[in-house]
Design a protein around this ligand. Structure first.
Ligand code: RNT
Ligand code: ZN
Length: 412
């Protein structure tokens, strides 16, 4: 008997159907963020640098410098990542072909090459307006800016981006999640905490006014950023209230954007009674919103369990958000994305203990969930990879090392 067949029997003894788990997993899309490939720099403003209170650290060689390089790197990662993928783009990844426009004048045509890429790989696209790395965001304020001209520029950017999102949806025949995250806030204690929030609310109302087919709108909250430590305009309460009072707008949870002992795994079932969609930015905060590569850790498993056992596979829109410039960037994408999928599979292979909870039987819950942790999960994961036509184990590292030697190391 091969290892998978033997694992299947051991899981069956726990009442767990490995075949059903594999079938479910292959249909859960993971939206991979394009920005791990180039340290969040984008292409529309080659000299802008990264701003907005977020930071990549490290200078590992081989960063993608052009759309062609980024696409090639994504394709390399796709060879090793099983299952259904989507690609998450930022507006700063516009491709101009010699005729640059500012962010408030972006049009679908500036993303035609990305649509072509998506069609080639049969994937959906998600989108994000870029409210950072731009001279008009230099003081860290955008949609809440007290200067009406600057605020209007960013409102126009938001409107332009939603139309691009609608173009993606139409071209690709799948929804496009359009996520608004802004860096707005203050380094030190503000004199007015309400005014900026009233302006942000008004800006969002203007941006979301147009009804667009296929676009799923969401807003992403945060606690603080570098240089923006004392006050964040788009806080958790602000955005969850905004989403709850604006049908069609959803609240995106980034697990680097909460206080250290708060967990997104518990926020998912807190939002499910109220929202039919919950978008995620799965990340790994280490002491702050550091955006480390996602590893197969306990919180990732808990997040996955909440998605799976609450029948929320179609409601939770899983996106990734990490950026590490200190290691091979393609390996980072692959590890992080495979870990998300591993955690989902792990969750799909856990016993259902809801009935025990209702009977007050916490002994069974503790014993059975601990025993299930050491079932031969790795054999089921390996089977999934093999059936998906990708390497099952660490042998893929050699492929990436080879690409590093032949392609990445030649980049200046
Ligand atoms: C920043 C947010 C935001 C960005 C990306 C690049 O703290 O998490 O989602 O990381 O949009
Ligand atoms: Zn995020």
């Amino acid at each position: 008997m091969n290892r998978y067949e033997s694992a299947k029997e051991l899981y069956a003894a726990f009442g767990i159907d490995t075949e059903a788990a594999l079938e479910t997993l292959k249909n859960i899309p993971i939206s991979m963020h394009c920005w791990q490939g180039d340290d969040v720099l984008g292409f529309d403003r080659p000299d802008a640098g990264l701003s907005g209170g977020i930071q990549t650290t490290g200078n590992y060689p081989g960063r993608a410098r052009t759309p062609e390089e980024l696409m090639a790197d994504l394709e390399e990662a796709y060879k090793i990542i099983p299952g259904k993928k989507r690609l998450n783009l930022h507006a700063s990844y516009a491709i101009f072909d010699g005729e640059p426009v500012d962010r408030d004048a972006l049009e679908p045509k500036h993303f035609a090459k990305w649509v072509e890429f998506a069609k080639k790989h049969n994937i959906g696209l998600d989108f994000n307006p870029t409210y950072f790395s731009h001279p008009l965001a230099a003081d860290g304020l955008t949609l809440s800016h007290p200067n009406e001209e600057i605020r209007n520029f960013w409102i126009r950017h938001g409107i332009a981006c939603r139309r691009i999102a609608a173009y993606f949806a139409k071209e690709l025949g799948t929804h496009c999640l359009n996520n608004v995250w802004i860096p707005d806030g203050y380094k030190d204690i503000p004199a007015d905490r309400l005014g900026p929030r009233m302006r942000l609310k008004d800006s969002l109302d203007q941006i979301f006014a147009e009804k667009l087919d296929g676009v799923i709108d969401c807003v992403e909250s945060k606690v603080f950023g570098i240089g923006v430590e004392s006050y964040t305009v788009g806080s958790g309460e602000f955005y969850v209230s905004y989403a709850a009072s604006h049908p069609g707008v959803y609240y995106l949870l980034d697990n680097g954007h909460f206080h250290p002992t708060e967990v997104v795994s518990d926020k998912i079932p807190a939002l499910l009674p109220f929202f039919d969609k919950i978008p995620l930015h799965v990340s790994r905060p280490v002491r702050w919103d550091s955006d480390h590569v996602v590893i197969f850790d306990d919180e990732l498993k808990e997040i996955s369990k909440e998605i799976v056992r609450n029948d929320a596979v179609d409601k939770v829109l899983i996106g990734l958000d990490f950026f590490d410039a200190s290691i091979n960037r393609i390996a980072a994408w692959i590890v992080g994305t495979r870990n998300m999928q591993k955690a989902l599979l792990f969750a799909l292979l856990q016993p259902d203990l809801k009935a025990a909870q209702n009977e007050g039987n916490f002994t069974d819950i503790l014993v059975l969930s601990e025993e299930a942790k050491t079932l031969p999960f790795g054999d089921v994961w390996a089977e999934y990879c093999t059936r998906s036509g990708v390497p099952a184990g660490s042998e893929w590292l050699a492929m990436i090392r080879d690409y590093e030697t032949t392609v990445l190391s030649k980049r200046g």
